[in-house]
Design a binder for this molecule. Structure first.
Ligand code: T46
Length: 140
């Protein structure tokens, strides 16, 4: 099962500009419980470096660009987000790192759960331990 997937975002463009739509359980394959965005990253700053036990998220770069590295303990992927028409779905139990933020980057995140610091795994070796086939089967 693919735990990281690129999804297209419905974007309607007309003479007035662009409108992008995100709908729970439709274009976004989970119920959206939380939305946040990160911006104002200085050159050379990276973020992330954790996985989530339960949380699934969709990342959309609504301005600028960044590079996202993901690792589900079996497969590593690298995706550049540079368009508001592309979303990156990251399911639970995936290590993520965000690098190379452009100065104007605004990264919006749609999340399947409310904020819970206990849901974070910030140590890569702990992540590898928890991402055993048995624990993944339970969280599918
Ligand atoms: C993720 C990537 C893409 C809150 O208080 N509430 C929230 O909803 C969030 C997301 C964060 N925070 C606090 C926790 C920290 O004190 O905001 C501070 C910065 O969070 P963090 O260091 O986790 O930021 P990133 O950019 O490393 O990671 C964030 C998300 O936390 C994470 O779930 O997948 O963006």
């Amino acid at each position: 099962m693919d735990r990281v997937k690129e999804l297209s975002v419905t974007t309607i463009e007309d003479g007035r500009g662009e409108l992008s739509v995100f709908e729970s359980m439709k274009s976004v394959p989970f119920e959206i419980k939380r939305v946040y965005y990160i911006k104002g990253m200085q050159a050379g700053i990276s973020r992330g470096f954790h996985a989530h036990r339960k949380l699934s998220q969709m990342l959309i770069c609504i301005q600028g660009s960044c590079r996202v590295l993901t690792d589900d303990a079996f497969t590593k992927k690298e995706v550049t987000l540079s368009s508001n028409s592309k979303g990156l779905l990251i399911k639970n139990m995936v290590w993520r790192e965000m690098h190379d933020f452009s100065q104007d980057c605004i990264l919006m995140v749609l999340a399947s759960e409310l904020y819970d610091s206990e849901d974070y795994i910030c140590d890569y070796n702990c992540f590898l331990n928890e991402a055993s086939p048995a624990s993944l089967t339970m969280s599918l």
